[in-house]
Design a protein around this ligand. Structure first.
Ligand code: SF4
Ligand code: SF4
Length: 153
């Protein structure tokens, strides 16, 4: 990251207008609030902000998925052993629910992904980044992500 650029990525349990205003009050001119799961928007904004020669702030907004209300809304995903080749992309997300299976891909000899259903909140971020569509989306999901991939009604 360019050392002249200060970009802060802040995850908030709930949106507080004071946060936005507070950041502005600090003199930061570039402040944007985004859906924490809108990966395309986040990527686009981070790329744009990283070109700036001044501080910028991205506020990623979503309720905590581990709260009881969140657990009712989400359901765990699964990694499809037949489709996964152990490319490691999802491991690099740092999600504690994504484990390395004892099963190795026959070509890469790397462990396949395994999702712990107790820890998985069903956020679908791993499903979005998997290049082999080896992670299922939630059934009948109406999220932006699933619609984009054409797997939701
Ligand atoms: S990103 Fe997809 S193909 Fe790669 S390890 Fe994860 S589940 Fe497997
Ligand atoms: S859906 Fe979200 S919580 Fe579940 S394994 Fe993927 S990244 Fe982790």
């Amino acid at each position: 990251m360019d050392s002249n650029v200060s970009t802060f990525f802040q995850v908030l349990a709930s949106f507080d207008m004071a946060t936005f205003s507070g950041v502005r009050a600090l003199g930061v001119r570039h402040v944007r609030t985004l859906d924490a799961f809108a990966m395309d928007d986040i990527e686009k904004t981070l790329k744009e902000y990283l070109t700036l020669d001044e501080p910028s702030v991205v506020i990623a907004r979503q309720p905590c998925a581990l709260l009881p209300e969140g657990r009712k809304r989400w359901m765990p995903l699964a990694a499809l052993a037949d489709a996964c080749n152990g490319c490691t992309l999802c491991f690099r997300l740092g999600c504690p629910a994504i484990l390395k299976s004892t099963e190795l891909d026959e070509h890469t000899q790397r462990p396949k992904a395994l999702i712990d259903p107790v820890l998985c909140t069903g956020c679908e971020v791993c499903a979005e980044i998997c290049p082999r569509d080896a992670i299922t989306f939630r059934p009948a999901s109406t999220t932006i992500t699933a619609k984009k991939k054409g797997v939701a009604p």
